[in-house]
Design a protein around this ligand. Sequence first.
Ligand code: F6P
Length: 320
Amino acid sequence: MKRIGLLTSGGDAPGMNAAIRAVVRSGIYFGMEVYGIERGYAGLIEDKLIPMEMRSVSNIVQFGGTKLRTARCMEMLTEEGQKKAVATLEKHGIEGLVVIGGDGSFRGARVLSEQYGVPTIGIPGTIDNDLEYTDYTLGFDTAVNTCLDTINKLRDTMTSHERVSVVEVMGRHCGDIALYSGIASGAEIIVVPEVAVNMEEIVSSINRSRANGKHSNIIVIAEGVMSAEQFAKQLQSLTTYSVRPTCIGHVQRGGSPMMADRMLAAQFGNKAVRLLNDGIGNRAVGIKDNKIIDMDIIEAVSMKKVFNYELYETLKMISM
Ligand code: F6P
């Protein structure tokens, strides 16, 4: 393969820039020409391509966001949009494509591979950690660390005022950000889309912890359940302790990637290009049991995310 394309799509995630760098440098290492596509599939449809030289990716490994910018592209769901995307690839003689993004972006990649025969490799880039085939997605670790930083600060003020803090993190369908930031911050309760909310149990757990000498409580809630504000309102009507909501919001999508995400970025990016260099397409790269893996992209997008109930139970046993 002599010429490949690269795009970032969907919600950005810390580590995307490091992955761009790894793809560009690996491509150049194998003697390929690498074209960056701006604004995800929208840029592919609109022919927004830029040649990526070796130095074009200097000094980006440490930054959040994506140098190529990103978009959620509805047109890519239509046959017309898909045909335009393929026409751009053909016009520039691009023989293979690397797509860095989440679930929705992988579906676009699947269409390109399956229906139009474009060898495509998916790199899981999303803070949500909602892809079952990989243990971790790029950006998840940094997002959780950002949540931890906020929760640490909230704990200071909540303890001084003996309050209950309700912290909303991202995750519409997947509770992993709430689960991991809840366990790692020592939160007492997490509320996730995968488990039905039991307000009575939450109130009893707060009362128990106060009777045991606690001065504050942290509840981490995933946005998919309800907003922190709504939850705090409901809880306040059931308790005399003072409740305060905080929504971390898009802060958790930015910032300098942590070591874990930079390492994933380097390995995912390199693996994607090595696959294309071997003439292999239509794969999704990931990490399973600490090993970099690749699997059929169609199979990868078909897998349903399984919530880690064991970790959820662990939280209940150690936070009281
Ligand atoms: O998919 C990543 C994500 O950050 C989700 O966790 C969140 O629900 C969504 O994107 C927010 O999307 P937007 O940036 O379009 O508001």
